[in-house]
Design a binder for this molecule. Structure first.
Ligand SMILES: Cc1ncc(COP(=O)(O)O)c(C=O)c1O
Length: 444
């Protein structure tokens, strides 16, 4: 059969060639949803029931998992709003990790070649590696018995090239925010809060991430709130937010006014892609809503365990700058020397107490500066040798494995007891009993 070819164009009154396309099935359908459901590990019976429901709903409308140009309300935008509400800052940007949050913040602050940033000797490698990724030079300073940046060590480490100070609220507890905010103001240097390990914690009634110039959060699996991977940048500073937004989105390529010209010098530059997916956003919303309930669980468990521990000569606890604001994800005790500490950890393990060491000179660990080989040995990703080539050799920081002896001493004597927000009274009692048994035996 031959059909007569319509030669008149539609614009000349001819018949339109295409009158109907679709609707087509969504790219993301039941198969993808099923993979997600499978992750939740329902019982086989319930899984079967869910599968039946899915198989019978042929018209499932798939989600739009990209934040921008989304016909539905964006879950990432909703998560930002929830996080902004929780932390209490004017602006919040969702990103795909805390590493990204840190790099976007360093970039937003204008850190670049030849600029120094003070970082503590005890933190996950990302706080320092992010400085290098932003072409800056990390200057490593001691922590004190709070296991966070020692403000005096930070002040001693300042040079004319210092562009920012990073406080890391390690293992759930606030750094010394009074002294560090004061230092940052006196010297006119922005304070970056790495809140990766202390999401939801606070200092004298203000949430961590709202006290410095900018806060960086992790939502990876091991954090207080998690979306598997993910992160947030919080700030009261619109300009910092705008620049972090530009960096996180290939230079603001996808924001709603994506073709807008630069409104102010420094707004647009070639960036990277740190965008959060709608999947992470959806999970993050639920986690942010649960944050305070989880924190209450952690704190209750911490108080119960702490109240039961018997005195022991030479035993002290990590100094908390604000016990009420501590997230209480752990309890850290200092023992008199590394040998007793090691023995205590072994015995606690044997008792079933979830205890671990923080530093053992023979065990590699990304949280201790001595193992940051890439920085210690001034490694570079490219032949140009940046960031180290930005300064004359003699002006670069002198890194050595023994440069922060106080940090190593404290960490080598630390016993870390993990806390779970779901512990019941009997769990806490059993843990306290295990700790007391071991301490009594060590006392001899
Ligand atoms: C203190 C600290 N900063 C930054 C990060 C990096 O977080 P993310 O895994 O989200 O990149 C971590 C993760 O462990 C961390 O503990």
């Amino acid at each position: 059969m031959t059909t007569k070819l319509e030669t008149r164009l539609a614009s000349e009154g001819g018949t339109k060639a295409v009158t109907k396309l679709g609707p087509f099935p969504s790219k993301l359908g039941r198969e993808e949803l099923w993979e997600l459901i499978d992750l939740w590990e329902f019982s086989p019976g319930n899984k079967e029931r869910i599968k039946e429901i899915l198989d019978h709903d042929a018209n499932v409308e798939g989600p739009h998992l990209f934040r921008y140009y989304n016909p539905k309300p964006s879950r990432v935008a909703m998560a930002e709003e929830a996080m902004r509400g929780l932390i209490g800052t004017k602006y919040c940007l969702a990103v795909n990790s805390c590493t990204s949050a840190l790099i976007a913040s360093y970039r937003a602050l204008g850190i670049g070649a030849g600029d120094e940033v003070i970082v503590p000797a005890y933190t996950f490698f990302a706080s320092a590696a992010g400085v290098v990724a932003a072409d800056g030079i990390p200057v490593i300073a001691e922590v004190d018995d709070s296991l966070t940046l020692d403000p005096e060590a930070a002040e001693r480490a300042l040079t004319r090239r210092t562009k920012a100070i990073v406080v890391v609220h390690m293992r759930g507890a606030a750094g010394q925010m009074d002294a560090l905010v004061d230092l940052s103001k006196r010297k006119g240097l922005p304070l970056v809060e790495d809140v990766a390990q202390a999401g939801g914690g606070s200092f004298r009634g203000k949430r961590l991430g709202s006290l410095g110039a900018v806060g960086c959060f992790s939502f990876d699996h091991y954090k207080v709130m998690s979306s598997g991977e993910g992160g947030f940048v919080t700030t009261d500073d619109e300009w910092l937010y705008t620049r972090a937004q530009s960096w996180h989105d290939t230079a603001a390529c996808w924001r709603p006014d994506r073709f807008a010209r630069e409104r102010r010098e420094g707004e647009l530059f070639a960036g990277e892609n740190y965008r959060m997916s709608e999947l992470q956003g959806a999970v993050a919303i639920a986690q942010i809503r649960k944050a305070d309930a989880m924190l209450a669980g952690y704190r209750r468990a911490r108080d119960l365990i702490l109240a039961g521990i018997d005195p022991f000569p030479g035993l002290s606890f990590r100094r908390l700058t604000d016990p009420a604001g501590d997230t209480a994800i752990c309890l850290i005790m200092f023992l008199p020397n590394p040998e007793i500490t090691k023995r205590a950890i072994e015995e606690l393990h044997a008792e079933g107490v979830p205890a671990g060491g923080v530093y053992d000179s023979k065990v590699r660990d990304w949280h201790i500066y001595t193992y940051w080989d890439h920085i210690m040995e001034k490694k570079s990703v490219a032949a140009d040798g940046l960031p180290w080539s930005a300064l004359p050799q003699a002006e670069l920081p002198k890194y050595s494995r023994d440069m922060c002896p106080r940090t190593l001493d404290l960490l080598g004597r630390s016993v870390h007891i993990e806390i779970n927000c779901n512990y019941q009274e009997e769990d806490c009692r059993a843990i306290t009993e295990g700790i007391n048994k071991v301490l009594h035996r060590l006392r001899g």
